[in-house]
Write a protein that binds this ligand. Structure first.
Ligand SMILES: Nc1ncnc2c1ncn2[C@@H]1O[C@H](COP(=O)(O)OP(=O)(O)OP(=O)(O)O)[C@@H](O)[C@H]1O
Ligand SMILES: [Mg+2]
Length: 506
């Protein structure tokens, strides 16, 4: 992928369609909810691939069959439209819009099989467009399936050029320079053509013009659309790497990889950072670190909720997971966060076969996904994950975040005090080192918050004694769930890289 588009370059959707036409497949099923977009692509096929010698017809239940250059419409039923195609003497692409509803009919299925033979090598193509995947099994071999994913930058650029003309004709000011259109097309990635059109309308209504200042509006619209799926969430969070206490090795690794990631387009695929898996004790900063990665890389962060995938609310988990991965791929460049990736394994909502299909898909996807996606997966019970998931090559690194060391605990105290406007120096935090042994970062934050609440109620300044008193009320997880914490630590011992140096013995 390059940063600038070449004039006349092909979009991913066009290339996918072109290949089935070139293979001479006479019956094509395009899975998409965007009929108009499919029609535009078919016209492009007619124009470019067949050099204008092939007409693109369209048929729907309400309008019947229509020829592109004529306003006459023939009110034909599904059976009659097949008759028309069978007896048609010229080349043609026939887009059938509501046809999937009739494919359960044995007569229609038989007729499609007959038409397959008749249309083969005749320059006639039947293209069924449907939002669902309803190809009857017996036609599986005759019908070529093409899935239209959301448009890529190339297709969006094409769309933007033509929309810009329309908008300019309506009297709005439009910046049509290539760098601006390119930036706008990147912002629209992840949306369908219809959604993009709405996003442009919204940007126009906000600013009265379409130019580089429209970017924010487009990005806002995209967040709304992505969040609406329920599977993927845009995480707006401004956690910086300085807000994370300790984890020195993890931070150093990220800073190094950041450079490689930024230069990804000019690098060979195996050097481009793919992602990391972060495991560890609950409350020690896994989620926090992922948020910091996004800001360190200067990318938006999207979270895939594994619990949503397995909830059944989005249909079968396999399909929901694939859809979630495709959605985030379309919004690249971005950081994608699979939170509690082991979730499905401990959940009871799914069977083993489905789970192994999901993990198999995930592993292949990790290898093939777009370069601009950096995957950050977090796990508590990493021992439940299949071994191949952890093996090198899938993720660039597996990090283990342990309970913070003495030094790290001081740093976490400092961060949380400063965040609340308190100077930590006079408090002599090192005096808390014994009492806070075995604490997580979350427990440190809880201690700061509860001490501060107390002093605010009494309207006075925070002292060391307040922190010490609050600390006495904290019952750390490493005590209450000792066995589980020990288990995680011993499992990680030789399987993962520590995110921070070991506690030094003084
Ligand atoms: N290293 C740290 N530096 C600063 N704050 C921390 C650190 N670790 C934890 N915290 C505080 O504790 C909160 C909880 O941490 P976080 O959500 O990252 O834990 P987690 O490891 O993801 O836990 P879980 O497994 O429960 O999801 C953070 O929002 C942050 O305020
Ligand atoms: Mg978390």
């Amino acid at each position: 992928m390059t940063n600038q588009s070449k004039a006349g370059a092909e979009s991913r959707a066009y290339t996918a369609l072109k290949e089935v036409f070139q293979a001479g497949r006479p019956i094509i099923f395009i899975r998409t909810a965007e009929e108009a977009r499919a029609h535009t692509l078919l016209q492009e096929i007619g124009r470019k691939l067949f050099a204008g010698s092939t007409t693109v017809w369209s048929w729907s239940l309400t309008t019947g069959l229509s020829h592109p250059e004529s306003t006459n419409r023939e009110k034909l039923g599904p059976d009659a439209v097949l008759d028309f195609i069978a007896s048609h003497r010229q080349k043609g692409i026939f887009q059938l819009k509501d046809f999937h509803h009739f494919m359960d009919d044995p007569l229609i299925r038989r007729r499609l099989r007959d038409l397959y033979g008749l249309c083969l090598d005749s320059g006639k193509f039947i293209v069924i467009t449907s939002p669902g995947r309803t190809i009857p099994e017996e036609l599986g071999r005759q019908i070529a399936l093409v899935e239209l994913h959301t448009p890529d930058a190339e297709e969006l650029l094409h769309f933007l050029r033509s929309e810009a003309e329309t908008i300019a004709r309506q009297g709005f000011r439009v910046d049509t320079s290539e760098p601006v259109l390119f930036a706008l097309s990147r912002a629209l990635q992840g949306l369908t053509i219809d959604e993009s059109r709405h996003a442009l309308r919204r940007a126009l209504s906000v600013a009265g013009a379409l130019d580089i200042n429209s970017l924010q509006s487009l990005v806002d619209e995209k967040k709304l659309v992505v969040n609406r799926t329920g599977l993927v969430q845009y995480v707006s969070d401004s956690t910086r790497i300085e807000d994370v206490g300790g984890l020195e090795y993890l931070k150093a690794w990220l800073t190094e990889r950041r450079k490689l990631f930024i230069e990804r387009d000019s690098m060979s695929a195996e050097i481009v950072p793919k992602g990391l898996l972060v495991m560890g004790v609950s409350g020690c900063g896994k989620s926090l670190s992922v948020k910091a990665i996004a800001s360190c890389f200067g990318l938006p962060l999207y979270r895939i909720e594994m619990s949503e995938v397995f909830s059944g609310r989005h249909g079968n988990p396999d399909a929901a997971f694939v859809e979630a991965c495709r959605t985030v791929e379309a919004v690249a460049p971005a950081v994608v966060w699979f939170d509690e990736i082991e979730m499905g394994i401990t959940g009871r909502a799914t069977d083993d076969a489905s789970l192994s299909r999901i993990f198999a898909f995930f592993l292949t996807w990790m290898q093939e996904k777009a370069r601009g996606l950096f995957v950050a997966a977090t796990a508590n019970r990493i021992d439940l994950l299949p071994a191949e998931m952890i093996r090198k090559g899938r993720f660039d690194e597996v990090f283990f975040i342990d309970l913070p060391t003495e030094e790290e605990r001081s740093e976490v105290f400092r961060i949380h005090l400063e965040k609340r406007g308190i100077d930590p120096v006079p408090l002599q935090l090192h005096r808390l080192k014994i009492i806070t042994q075995g604490w997580t970062g979350a427990e440190i934050e809880q201690c700061v918050v509860s001490a501060l609440t107390q002093v605010r109620l009494q309207n006075r300044e925070l002292t060391f004694d307040d922190l010490h008193e609050a600390a006495q009320n904290v019952i750390p997880l490493s005590k209450t769930m000792r066995e589980q914490v020990d288990h995680i630590r011993s499992w990680a011992y030789d399987r993962a890289l520590r995110a921070s140096p070991k506690e030094s013995r003084k």
